[in-house]
Design a protein around this ligand. Structure first.
Ligand code: FAD
Ligand code: DHB
Length: 390
């Protein structure tokens, strides 16, 4: 087999890149390790920046998001028992975010690829990029028990943090930066109306909590938990009790609870691999970087990487101009590090760290107080939350 761009991974970054390329007349094959059902069942992010919304529209996958997604002009931060609104629209000159689940984004992209005849192989085993520093880059894998070789001009490693693409790069050619946080997020989905029409980020002495949503009848709630906690140790009743304790009483009292139909723990980590290009292999999204979920940047960073890479590949194939492709790693990394900084800052300011020294505690309390009280600090928060320009 052969194609112009072989894409490894059918998560949001692989599907979005594949669609933009296909629509521009550039041939792609996507290789995905899991089944389609598994890809569609993963519950992850929920907040889209305007740049991500525009890219999904550009890829022809924006209609349902426009109809069913919830535009949000602001969110709340609670500190113990008081509530402060961050007015995103006012602080950013009219920008907002869209609440629309990653599961739905993925489904829309999968449907669009099927409509437009794009090729995706699911349950592709042992996917491996080869010779990306030579004139004959190719990818091998097993599909339905058969060995397959795909010759291509470029390989896009969109296969997430645990994928094969980053691991294929020789150790000496890549530099990694990592910070692991000493806590996780326990998240649930429940068929209950959200406690507020806007998201609530709660800073509390018992730990962080987040009230989010997927629709006006489906809520997504998270609480900071211990790094080693197991999901089975948390009953729904325990979850709701702990969530309520971390919210101001009037919010806790008005919360509607119900059975959860999804419950999972996400570890929190910041990670960046540099550079993001190795010859004809490009790393995209979680394959190159991870941010803690506070601030909702993971999926949005995957989308901005796709934007830069699509521009580069389009200029290469359609205009015979390699300048944007050559700039990919540097352009993507500049934006990545800004989001890594913002996510680290939000995480540090809003969570409680085990064994924190009293000095650190006071500094972080002061950081939060300053952020809530200063118009300039709230503007900086809002500017980053809605997404920095591409
Ligand atoms: P992924 O979504 O990881 O997609 C990679 C794809 O590659 C997957 O389909 C995988 O099956 C496939 N793959 C992996 N290895 C191989 C291989 N060897 N061969 C072929 N295919 C392979 N972000 C937020 O903003 N807010 C959140 O609340 C949030 N929660 C998260 C919770 C969890 C548990 C995780 C893991 C991430 C969360 N994120 C969150 C981050 C966000 O979901 C990711 O940034 C986003 O999914 C990145 O998209 P991606 O396409 O780059 O990678
Ligand atoms: C969601 C996740 C986040 O990390 C965040 O900051 C906001 C919302 C969510 O899953 O809805």
């Amino acid at each position: 087999m052969s194609t112009q761009v072989c894409i490894i991974g059918a998560g949001p970054s692989g599907l979005l890149l594949g669609q933009l390329l296909n629509d521009a007349g550039i041939d792609t094959i996507i290789l995905e390790r899991s089944s389609l059902d598994h890809v569609l069942a993963r519950v992850r992010a929920g907040v889209l920046e305007q740049g991500t919304v525009q890219l999904l529209e550009q890829a022809g996958a924006g209609a349902r998001m426009r109809a069913e997604g919830l535009p949000h002009d602001g969110f709340a931060i609670t500190r113990e028992n008081d509530t402060h609104r961050i007015d995103l629209a006012r602080l950013t000159g009219g920008k907002n975010v869209m609440v629309y689940g990653q599961t739905e984004v993925t489904r829309d992209l999968v449907d669009r690829r099927a409509e437009t005849g794009g090729i995706t192989y699911y349950q592709a085993d042992s996917v491996q990029p080869h010779e990306f520093d030579s004139a004959t880059p190719h990818v091998t894998c097993r599909i339905g028990g058969e060995e397959v070789r795909i010759n291509c001009s470029f390989i896009a490693g969109c296969d997430g943090f645990h994928g094969a693409s980053r691991r294929a790069v020789p150790e000496g050619a890549i530099q990694s930066f990592e910070k692991v946080y000493p806590f996780g997020w326990l998240g649930i989905l429940s068929e209950v109306p959200p406690v507020s029409h806007e998201l609530i980020y709660a800073s509390h002495s018992r730990g962080f909590a987040l009230c989010s949503m997927r629709s006006m009848t489906r809520s997504r709630y998270y609480i900071q938990c211990n790094a080693g906690d197991s999901v089975d140790a948390w009953s729904d009743a325990q979850f709701w009790t702990e969530l309520r304790r971390r919210l101001p009483p009037e919010i806790a009292e008005s919360m509607v609870t119900g059975p959860s139909f999804e419950k999972s723990i996400a570890p929190l980590r910041s990670f960046v691999a540099e550079p993001m290009r190795f010859g004809s292999l490009f790393l995209v999204g979680d394959a190159a970087h991870i941010v803690p979920p506070t601030g909702a940047k993971g999926l949005n960073l995957a989308a901005s990487d796709v934007h830069y890479l699509f521009e580069g590949l389009r200029s290469h194939f359609l205009e015979r101009d390699d300048s944007a492709l050559d700039a990919y790693s540097q352009r993507a990394l500049t934006r990545v590090w800004r989001a890594v900084r913002f996510s680290w800052w939000m995480t540090t300011m809003l969570h409680r760290f085990p064994e924190q020294a009293p000095f650190e505690t006071r500094i972080l309390e002061t950081e939060l107080g300053y952020t809530l009280d200063s118009e300039a600090a709230r503007a900086a928060l809002a500017e980053n939350y809605v997404g920095l320009p591409y």
